[in-house]
Design a protein around this ligand. Structure first.
Ligand code: AMP
Length: 189
């Protein structure tokens, strides 16, 4: 008997399947007990990557006003997604970086990761007041990274227009932690 895999996500089954087929599971990385979701095969596949980026841009407005004015990428895999989304939508990109990387830090936020602790930072003058900001990252796990990033965006004067992740690990309940935030996950597992 063949097993039927059901894919689910906020942009429908086909997009969820597209993401799922671009992910490799790596056991015990970066620590024992963590199942790491490696999305680099998706990034390396031109057709798949383009379809995923188009799904993100389309989610916020297929034509005319895109629904956001700038895209934030979270270091480091978020940079890959953010740059492509920004280019496709014709807007700019702002990096949110790990501590010590930015020369002109305006705000910092400490947070807990699924596998450790970290600090994120954003530059001075990153956003115009009220600018609509789309935040993107590869994986939503516990939601700590996303929560810290959304808070940095708001501290820096931006308005959160959305949060898109390629993949959500539902068993870690990041969505609950972000209750009330506009979360868009292309694949939920
Ligand atoms: P969290 O703050 O727990 O939601 O963790 C999300 C951040 O950590 C994202 O930037 C992911 O790139 C990374 N991350 C956490 N858990 C995983 C995982 N199991 N596989 C791949 N990346 C992960």
């Amino acid at each position: 008997m063949t097993e039927t895999v059901q894919y689910r996500g906020d942009s429908g089954t086909d997009v969820a399947k597209l993401v799922a087929e671009g992910v490799l599971d790596v056991s015990d990385f970066p620590k024992s007990g963590i199942l790491f979701k490696d999305l680099t095969p998706l990034f390396a596949d031109g057709d798949r990557f383009r379809a995923v980026i188009d799904a993100i841009v389309g989610h916020y407005g297929a034509t005319g006003d895109r629904g956001f004015d700038v895209v934030v990428g979270v270091e480091a895999r978020g940079f890959v997604i953010a740059s492509a989304v920004a280019y496709a939508a014709g807007v700019g990109v702002v990096p949110v970086r790990k501590a010590g990387k930015l020369p002109r830090v305006a705000y910092s936020a400490a947070y807990d990761l699924e596998y450790g602790q970290a600090v994120l930072e954003v530059s001075e003058g990153a956003f115009q007041p009220g600018q609509r900001v789309l935040v993107v990252d590869d994986v939503l796990a516990t939601g700590g990274t996303a929560e810290a990033t959304l808070s940095l965006v708001e501290q820096a004067g931006g308005a959160v227009a959305g949060l898109t992740v390629l993949m959500e690990l539902a068993f870690l309940h990041g969505r609950d932690r972000l209750a009330g935030r506009p979360l868009h996950a292309l694949l939920t597992v």
